[in-house]
Write a protein that binds this ligand. Structure first.
Ligand SMILES: Cc1ncc(COP(=O)(O)O)c(C=O)c1O
Length: 391
C-alpha cells in the first residue's frame, strides 16, 4: 500500500477495523493480487461472500446483463428479478415467502420482528445460544454472544435469553413466552461448532410443543457452504424462518428472510420495510448465483474439497482439532487467532480468526484441488514460524 494512501486511510476511516498494510486491486478464482503484484491465496472469500471466487465469469455476465436493466425502483413497485428470485428460493427451500433486505444483520432483525409479530404481545422472548453471532445492529446484537461487541452499546433491547449451544437443558429456556429460538446450524464466528442433529430435532419438538418459532441463521453456513444448499439439510430439521445474506448476490449486499405461510399470515402491510431490499440489480445477480450454487456438481465439489482441506489440516503439527462441514472449516491451534492469521498473511495466505483459538477457512465453493493443497502448505509454514502449538 502506498504510504500516502495508508496515511489517508488512517485519517479518514473510522477505526473500527485493523487491516494489514496492503491494497488488493484484482483477483481470479481463489487468488487476490495487491498493488505490488503479490498474489495471496484467499481462503476467506470475503468472509463467505465470494462463493464463486474472484472475477467469476458467471458473476461478471450477470452484472453486465443486470446493468442493462433497472438499478432501483424502491419497494413501492414490483420488479421481475425480485419476484423470480423469491420464487427460486421458495422452490428450493422449506419456505413459502421471502422478505428481501441488505445484510445479514438486517435479515436477523427482520426474522426477530416477524417472530414477534407471530407471537403477539404475550410472546416476546428470543432464545439464543452461547457462541452465537447474528450481527451488529441492536436487535441482532442482543442475540449475539460476544461481550466485546455488546458491552459498549448496552442497554440492548430486552427480552433475550441465552442458553447453552448443544445442551439438553437449553430446552428448559423455551417457554410459552418464547417468540423464537434463533440458532446457526453451524456457528461461524463462534468457532465452527456444528449443532448436533438430535439437539436441533429436540429444539424443533420443544418449539412446536410451546408454540414458539424456530429460526435458522444461515447467513454464513447457508447457500452451499456446507455441501448442501441449506446447512439444516444435514439434520433433516426444518425451521419456520431462515436468514440468508453473505453469498446471496455474489458480493453485492443482499439479505433475505425466508418464512413459512403460517408465519407470513401474521405479517401485515407496512409493519416492516427497507428502501433497497430486493432491488432489480442485486436480485438479477442473485438469480445467477442461486442457479449456479444449487447445482449438484458444485455441491459435490464442496464436499470433496472440504474433505481434502480437513484431512490436510489434520496432518499439520500444531493443529489440535479440525472442525466444520463442507468448505466451512476451522483449525484449532492453541494460542491461534489474530497472530496466526497475521503469520499466514505473511505466507501469502488469507484466513480469518474465529472464537476458541480457531482459524477459519472459507474458500470459494468452486476452489480447485491444487489451491486447497497450497493453502495447507502455506498454513503449515505459518504454524512452523510460530511456537507451533501443542500437537
Ligand atoms: C451467522 C451470521 N449471522 C449474521 C451475520 C451478520 O451479517 P452482516 O455482517 O451482513 O450484517 C453474520 C456475519 O458474520 C453471521 O455470520
Amino acid at each position: 500500500m502506498s504510504p500516502s494512501l495508508s496515511s489517508l486511510a488512517d485519517e479518514v476511516l473510522a477505526p473500527t477495523y485493523v487491516r494489514p498494510d496492503t491494497t488488493f486491486v484484482s483477483g481470479d478464482g481463489s487468488w487476490l493480487v495487491d498493488t505490488d503484484g503479490r498474489r495471496f491465496l484467499d481462503m476467506t472469500s470475503g468472509v463467505a461472500v465470494n462463493a464463486l471466487g474472484h472475477g467469476s465469469p458467471i458473476i461478471q455476465r450477470a452484472l453486465r446483463s443486470a446493468a442493462d436493466g433497472l438499478i432501483h425502483t424502491s419497494n413501492l413497485f414490483h420488479t421481475a428479478p425480485a419476484v423470480r428470485l423469491a420464487a427460486g428460493l421458495v422452490e428450493r427451500s422449506f419456505a413459502d415467502r421471502v422478505f428481501f433486505c441488505n445484510s445479514g444483520a438486517e435479515a436477523v432483525e427482520g426474522a426477530i420482528k416477524f417472530a414477534r409479530l407471530f407471537g403477539g404481545p404475550d410472546r416476546r422472548e428470543i432464545v439464543y445460544f452461547d457462541g452465537s453471532f447474528h450481527g451488529r445492529t441492536l436487535g441482532a446484537l442482543a442475540a449475539t454472544d460476544k461481550p466485546l461487541a455488546r458491552e459498549p452499546f448496552e442497554p440492548l433491547p430486552a427480552g433475550y435469553t441465552r442458553a447453552t449451544f448443544g445442551a439438553t437443558d437449553a430446552l428448559a429456556s423455551i417457554s410459552a413466552r418464547t417468540a423464537a429460538v434463533i440458532v446457526e446450524p453451524v456457528q461461524g464466528e463462534g468457532g465452527l461448532r456444528i449443532a448436533p442433529s438430535d439437539w436441533l430435532q429436540a429444539l424443533r419438538i420443544r418449539c412446536d410443543a410451546v408454540g414458539a418459532l424456530l429460526v435458522f441463521d444461515e447467513v454464513q453456513c447457508g447457500l452451499g457452504r456446507t455441501g448442501r444448499l441449506w446447512a439444516h439439510e444435514h439434520s433433516g430439521v426444518r425451521p419456520d424462518i431462515m436468514t440468508l445474506a453473505k453469498p446471496l448476490a455474489g458480493g453485492l449486499p443482499m439479505g433475505a428472510v425466508l418464512m413459512t405461510e403460517r408465519v407470513s399470515a401474521r405479517v401485515t402491510t407496512g409493519c416492516h420495510a427497507t428502501t433497497f431490499g430486493g432491488g432489480p440489480f442485486v436480485a438479477s445477480v442473485a438469480l445467477a448465483v442461486l442457479d449456479h450454487i444449487g447445482t449438484p456438481s458444485l455441491l459435490q465439489g464442496v464436499v470433496e474439497r472440504g474433505a481434502q482441506l480437513r484431512s490436510g489440516l489434520e496432518r499439520l503439527r500444531g493443529v489440535s482439532e479440525v472442525r466444520g462441514l463442507g468448505l466451512m472449516v476451522g483449525a484449532r491451534v492453541q494460542g491461534g487467532g489474530k497472530d496466526l492469521v497475521r503469520r499466514a498473511f505473511e505466507e501469502g495466505l488469507l484466513v480469518v480468526a474465529a472464537a476458541q483459538d480457531v482459524v477459519r477457512f472459507l474458500p470459494p465453493l468452486n476452489v480447485g484441488a491444487a489451491d486447497v493443497d497450497e493453502a495447507v502448505v502455506r498454513f503449515g509454514r505459518a504454524l512452523a514460524r510460530g511456537d507451533g502449538g501443542t500437537r
